[in-house]
Design a protein around this ligand. Structure first.
Ligand code: TPP
Ligand code: MG
Length: 356
């Protein structure tokens, strides 16, 4: 039962029970993922975004259904926020057949093309040229949509950042580069990695608009993402948005996250947890404690159900391992690349040098 007072609830507030529920679902699913990883039910890498839920939900909610989302490998939250079910996410982490990448991608490569979520990419900054290319494709098709490309603070020191932003600026592409600045790239702080630690300023080199937002403030993040995506869609103005946030857990579940930062630092951030902030805002709006507790219970139940689902889901057949790896017609292309063939690597790579 709800004890919400309609008088006190402000409908214009963007901190809604729905958004709180979805932020919580991310937190609960990732907390459970770490547990399942330690039970050896999840293999490979597994990066958690606990602490980053506000900017994740804000970015996803600022997108229209036809907009395109591309992210790095810390992707569980983005997949959930874009509407991928917890079952499909957990099954993917377990490497099972009904995972959102059919059990072949794992934690870093979640995707859902139907929902215009084009992954989940494991190479740092590898997603940037892809996002820029997708934005160019939208322009060529005359489609008034935008691309949102998430990247970490560590990705801005990669060559691909410069290449992608240069073309986005030069060709006025509808892409918003969202830097999720969680203060660290693995164990290296932004201060130690970036000559210009105010990362949004680096957009100026490409004559792209740059802006910073408190990524733990759901309302401010949503407003900023909406405004920048709108400019990208309507006026083809690319942008860089730096969202300041923090990850509570280690870089991946294999990292305790304590060798390069203090417990006090983590505790300081946890005290301003975006979930706590959203909860307090809802209480302030007049949402009842019992309604919030029901949301919290439902999130845990939803995650438990996702684990049950993933456990029961079969693994992909080994015979299907290569299915979907290459586009139809690739066999002919590969044939041409064979050493010794007219376009083969033997001629191209060694031919001249060896005088053959
Ligand atoms: C090209 C490349 N170099 C190195 C790595 C190894 N690596 C994985 S994550 C990471 C740090 C990236 O940090 P950041 O961009 O801040 O993202 P975050 O992990 O904080 O989300 C590195 C160096 C990689 N995956 N790809
Ligand atoms: Mg980082």
């Amino acid at each position: 039962m709800t004890t919400t007072s309609p008088r006190k609830r402000r409908t214009k507030d963007s901190v809604t029970t729905d958004r709180y529920a979805r932020m919580l679902l991310i937190r609960e699913l990732e907390t459970e993922a770490e547990r399942q990883y330690k039970l050896a039910r999840i293999g490979g890498y597994c990066h958690l975004s606990s602490g980053q839920e506000a900017i994740t939900i804000a970015a996803a909610d600022a997108l229209e259904p036809d907009d395109v989302l591309v992210t790095g490998y810390r992707s569980h939250g983005f997949a959930l926020a874009r509407g991928v079910s917890p079952e499909a996410v957990m099954a993917e982490l377990f490497g099972r057949r009904s995972g959102c990448a059919h059990g072949r991608g794992g934690s870093m490569h979640l995707l859902d093309v139907e929902r215009r979520y084009f992954g989940g990419w494991g190479i740092v900054a590898g997603q940037l040229p892809i996002a820029t290319g997708l934005a160019l494709s939208l322009v060529r098709r005359g489609s008034e949509q935008a691309v949102l490309c998430e990247l970490g603070d560590g990705a801005v020191n990669m060559g691909a950042w410069h290449e992608a932003l240069n073309l986005a600026g030069l060709w006025h592409l509808p892409v918003v580069f969202l830097i999720v600045n969680n203060e660290y790239g693995m164990g290296t702080s932004v201060q130690r990695a970036s000559a210009e630690p105010e990362l949004y300023r680096r957009a100026a080199a490409f004559r792209i608009h740059g802006e910073r937002v408190d990524g733990d403030d759901l309302e401010a993040s949503l407003e900023t993402c909406q405004r920048l995506l709108d400019l990208a869609r309507r006026e083809r103005r690319p942008a860089v948005l730096e969202a300041l946030t923090y990850r509570y857990r280690g870089h991946s579940v294999a990292d305790a996250g304590l060798a390069y930062r203090t417990r006090e630092e983590i505790a300081r951030h946890e005290a301003a947890d975006p979930l706590k902030r959203a909860r307090a805002a809802l209480l302030d709006q007049g949402v009842g404690e019992d309604e919030l507790e029901a949301i919290e219970r439902q999130a845990r139940e939803r995650v438990e159900a996702a684990v049950e689902y993933a456990l029961a889901d079969p693994e992909p057949e080994v015979s299907e391992l290569a299915v979907g790896m290459h586009a139809p017609g690739s066999a002919e292309q590969f044939e041409r690349m064979r050493p010794g063939s007219p376009f083969g690597e033997l001629e191209l790579t060694f031919g001249a040098g060896l005088g053959r």
